[in-house]
Design a protein around this ligand. Structure first.
Ligand code: MEV
Length: 342
């Protein structure tokens, strides 16, 4: 379904339900540079994609999510947000829809936290706007909980803020500084400076190619932590990803998309050496290369999605599909979490 059809369908569904109390939506994300290394404090860049997750809440006799009873084990993010904002409220039925594939590296769990959090915050504080700082902090905590204490604020901040989000170990002059995030991970205390960036406009597209292989982020993140614990000198590989991410960021600020694509491909080689690619990802990346400016895995890897930066999304998309991937197309930088109704 294309973006316009999806939005029209979502609006129709929401408007057609008389008893909807609140509805919200949040975008997925695509990491251009720096996944995994960002967990260790290296710089990274992510963009909010056109694909979104929507949530609506209706009155009900007991708490439920898409017809199943709300269960803290199955729905840890939603339970955490409900306990924070709606612990004493009447029960509700939550309905989730959207076009972000699950567990595929496109930030579906952070989008869920962002949309549910925004909806619950609105119900608890009807006269207040979205508190993006507070919401992304809670969504980051939910990600950290799901990833055994190792998570950067990348996914949460990108889904909440939208646009292009830059994380760094320092305040970056060329971007708007939003806030500092800290987390104590099993390997020590981490700190990230979170920024918003408005890169120059250009006719470039992201083609996301889904391998269809389910790849939980927590497993991939733990695998990297184990590899670094077994061989601490491999931290140099993490630092090398940071160096490439910094080069990619400079190219993005300049609007030099040829150099952005080059840095993406370089970043991919480092991720492959780190052991987080897969044969399926490699096949889609290889297929995309001839028609794109650069390509890499995006997210935690091991399956999930790759991304190609291209000026010819049709040709790149067809090449990826011929190699067995399912594609989505997005422009760079889309609106963050928003209230749709209520
Ligand atoms: C997952 O989308 C990105 C990782 O870098 C994990 C994180 O940043 O928390 C793999």
């Amino acid at each position: 379904m294309c973006k316009k059809e999806y939005e029209a369908e979502a609006r129709e569904r929401i408007m057609g339900e008389a008893e909807v109390l609140v509805a919200a939506s949040a975008p997925g994300k695509c990491i251009l540079f720096g996944e995994h290394a960002v967990v260790y404090g290296q710089p990274a860049v992510a963009v909010a994609i056109e694909q979104r997750l929507s949530i609506s809440a209706t009155k009900a006799a007991s708490w439920s999510v898409d017809g199943s009873a709300l269960d803290p084990d199955r729905h840890p993010h939603i339970t955490m947000l409900k306990d924070r904002w709606l612990s004493d409220s009447e029960p509700m039925a939550l309905h989730i829809s959207g076009d972000i594939p699950r567990a595929s590296g496109l930030g579906s769990s952070a989008a869920l936290s962002a949309a549910v959090g925004a909806a619950m915050h609105r119900l608890a504080n009807p006269s207040k706007g979205i508190d993006r700082d507070g919401l992304s902090a809670v969504a980051h905590r939910a990600e950290a909980h799901a990833q055994q204490g190792r998570a950067s604020p990348m996914d949460a901040s990108t889904s909440v803020e939208g646009g292009v989000v830059v994380l760094s170990d320092r305040v970056e002059g060329a971007a708007k500084h939003l806030y500092t995030r800290q987390l104590t991970t099993p390997e020590g205390k981490r700190s990230w400076e979170v920024h918003h960036l408005a890169p120059p406009e250009s006719e470039v597209f992201l083609v996301l190619g889904n391998t269809g292989v389910f790849a939980p982020t927590s497993k991939q993140v733990a695998m990297v932590a184990d590899a670094l614990a077994a061989e601490p000198t491999r931290m140099r590989e993490i630092e090398a990803i940071g160096t490439v991410a910094r080069r990619g960021l400079a190219a993005l600020i300049d609007g030099n998309y040829e150099a952005v694509g080059h840095a993406m491909s370089e970043n991919h080689l480092l991720l492959r050496n780190l052991g987080v690619s897969s044969p399926e990802l490699e096949a889609l990346i290889q297929a995309a290369m001839p028609s794109s400016l650069g390509a890499k895995l995006t997210g935690a890897g091991g399956g999930g999605c790759m991304v190609a930066l291209t000026r010819d999304p049709k040709q790149t998309s067809e090449a990826i599909e011929l190699a067995g991937g399912r594609t989505l197309i997005s422009r760079i930088g889309n609106e963050g979490v928003r209230i749709e109704r209520g």
